[in-house]
Ligand binder design. Structure first.
Ligand SMILES: [Zn+2]
Length: 294
């Protein structure tokens, strides 16, 4: 008998750390051929040149990987591809977009929907395909109540190492599951927020070629911090949110900080003249809006 598989709050095996996995995989991909090349080259090098070659090569590889990470990997960087970070000017000078990742879940989604309805607020839900199939009534209620839908993967796993063909299959299945569960088509250019937000250039290219538009955020109140309280979260949000912001929030079964903080945040926003809106579709007439173009 093996050790029992540890499950996360969603009853799923937890996702391995995407940053560490990615670095390990890339280090092996770059390091093994580099070591082999150096091994082949070493006998031909003049005496004393081996160490400078190793150090110079290592520094060049490290600089290249760092530049790549900064330009593409992190959630708010997307070299060469359009990425939503803030709302387009057309959304209105008073608009703010709350976005909820990871759902739907019977413990969190109904509560969020009740709160949003009570404050006449709209939001965007980035659903996980398999969870939408598991809780279709919740996906449908989100759509029926006028909120926007996007995809957050087929299952909640980082996509940075997924080969393009598999990624294309998974995105298409995620889309089909969300559309079937919610009863609403995601349109020609659906929103995609990769799980954990991490990206590769290949991921961006594959997804955008298939019509997906990547959505990041401008405000992250870190609702995933361990032991975060509703009071702390509400303060973080009300001190940082302003017109045009896209706010990153999560559905976390077993943690009520987001739902407990939300009434105060929604009331504060309305009192300050902010309007909570769903993300508009990326395509308005012929030109994508609200996207930072490369
Ligand atoms: Zn997520």
């Amino acid at each position: 008998m093996g050790a029992p598989v540890r499950r996360n709050a969603w009853g799923e095996a937890p996702d391995p750390d995407p940053v560490r996995t990615f670095i390990a995989a890339r280090t092996a991909q770059v390091g093994i051929p580099a070591a082999a090349a150096l091994g082949a080259l070493a006998p031909a090098l003049p005496p004393g040149a081996l160490l400078p070659t190793v150090l110079g090569g290592g520094a060049a590889v490290a600089a290249g990987l760092s530049a790549y990470f900064v330009a593409t990997f992190f959630p708010r960087s997307s070299f060469g591809h359009p990425l939503l970070v803030r709302l387009p000017a057309g959304a209105g000078a008073d608009a703010v977009a709350l976005t909820f990742d990871d759902g739907p879940h019977p413990e969190t989604t109904p509560r969020l929907l009740d709160l949003l309805a009570a404050h006449e607020a709209r939001a965007t839900f980035f659903l996980v395909g398999e969870r939408a199939s598991q809780f279709p009534a919740l996906a449908r209620r989100i759509a029926d109540e006028g909120h926007a839908l996007g995809a957050h993967g087929l299952r909640h796993q980082a996509m940075v190492l997924t080969p393009p063909a598999q990624l294309a299959r998974e995105l298409s299945e995620a889309r089909a599951r969300i559309e079937e569960a919610s009863g609403r088509g995601l349109g020609e250019e659906p929103w995609l927020r990769p799980p954990h937000g991490f990206k590769t250039w290949r991921l961006c290219r594959t997804a955008t070629r298939l019509g997906w538009r990547l959505a990041a955020w401008s405000v992250d109140p870190r609702d995933y911090d361990r032991e975060v309280t509703a009071g702390v979260l509400a303060r973080r949000m009300t001190s940082r949110i302003g017109p045009g912001d896209v706010v990153l929030l999560h559905e976390r079964p077993g943690v009520s900080a987001v739902t407990d903080a939300l009434p105060a945040v929604l009331a504060w926003g309305r009192g300050g003249g902010l309007r909570f809106v769903a993300l508009p579709p990326p395509r308005s007439s012929h030109a994508p809006v609200g996207l930072s173009r490369p």
